[in-house]
Design a binder for this molecule. Structure first.
Ligand code: ACO
Ligand code: V55
Length: 276
């Protein structure tokens, strides 16, 4: 059973856990309550074995319109302690919790993505968008700058010209442009196509060894901060860890089955059966 939250909807089907921002009447703006719910929901799914892949999306026509400008900024203006508390929760789920998530995460971008919502978007491993979804760093339009970790995340994800262009102009762009600049993997024309793609991709990832997926993510994210020698040494340690945690499955199944000519790894994974 999945828990229920006021501002977040959690569903699990066929190995895919779906966590939806659920304040459609406010375009899924992230209020303090939503930050708390989101943090808790991701934590729950982390330990729920039924969810092998996690999809982040929004109820209604918005993915998320960013920080709730009223509840997060205006109403907490004179409450520095409360604001700090909310800021820390927000930063921890949008950055640490998502980036170090042990399962693959996919953003299904069904609509608006503004400002602070770029953080969870970029923190997801993969992203597929509607071609007509709209993205924007709107901070400059109301006299703010992309704060929190927004700017830092843009540095990792975009080319300098693109990052500064959108930071300084606050202009919005669509899913096609988001694909062109590498903010999402690709885009599709309709909501039906979006969910067909998400389900295909989710299903494919559910067929891989979960430990290999988890360690592949860790190796990628941690190697970014290392030089070649460190990354090499770290990868050797990770492969040893993988072999132990998988109980040698990559040798005994992966390589042995390849040797027997049972499958071609270049063309897809071997069938891991129901619950190996
Ligand atoms: N914070 C608080 N409330 C919001 C937010 C937000 N970020 N975004 C939308 N809402 C609310 C609106 O105030 C409105 O509430 P109301 O019905 O009580 O008046 C409701 O959501 C619906 O929004 P509309 O503006 O009526 O919807 P519309 O389709 O015309 O426009 C759009 C949608 C473009 C997303 C517009 O709402 C908008 O510009 N929102 C702000 C986007 C933004 O700049 N976000 C902050 C980024 S900066 C940061 O995150 C640090
Ligand atoms: C912003 C975002 C923040 C924050 C202050 O993008 C400003 C603006 C994501 O958190 O704390």
């Amino acid at each position: 059973m999945t828990k229920s939250y006021k501002t977040v909807l959690v569903e699990i089907k066929d190995g895919i856990g779906k966590v939806s921002f659920n304040r459609p009447e406010k375009k899924n703006a992230m209020s303090p309550q939503l930050h708390r719910d989101r943090a808790a929901a991701l934590q729950d799914l982390k330990y729920n074995d039924e969810a092998r892949v996690v999809v982040l999306t929004g109820v209604g026509e918005s993915w998320s319109a960013g920080m709730d400008l009223k509840e997060y900024f205006y109403e907490l203006r004179d409450k520095p302690k409360e604001w700090e508390q909310v800021r820390l929760i927000a930063n921890s789920w949008m950055t640490d919790a998502l980036q170090n998530y042990p399962k693959p995460t996919i953003a299904a971008v069904n609509g608006w993505v503004f400002g602070g919502a770029f953080v969870p978007l970029i923190s997801c491993d993969l992203a597929i968008a509607l071609a007509d979804a709209k993205f924007g760093l709107s901070e400059i339009n109301f006299g703010l700058i992309p704060g929190g970790t927004v700017t830092r995340m843009l540095i990792d994800m975009l080319r300098p010209r693109d990052a500064l262009y959108y930071i300084l102009t606050g202009r919005s762009f669509d899913g096609r442009k988001a694909t062109e600049i590498g903010l999402v993997n690709y885009c599709v024309d309709t909501l039906d196509d979006l969910w067909a793609e998400i389900n295909d991709l989710g299903k494919e990832l559910c067929g891989k060894h979960p430990v290999a997926l988890q360690l592949a993510k860790e190796l990628y994210r941690n190697s970014r901060r290392m030089d070649y020698q460190q990354a090499y040494d770290y990868s050797i340690a990770k492969v040893a860890q993988l072999t132990e945690l998988e109980k040698g499955e990559w040798y005994d199944q992966g390589i042995v089955r390849f040797k027997k000519g049972e499958f071609r790894p270049g063309m897809g994974h071997y069938d891991r059966g129901k619950n190996v």
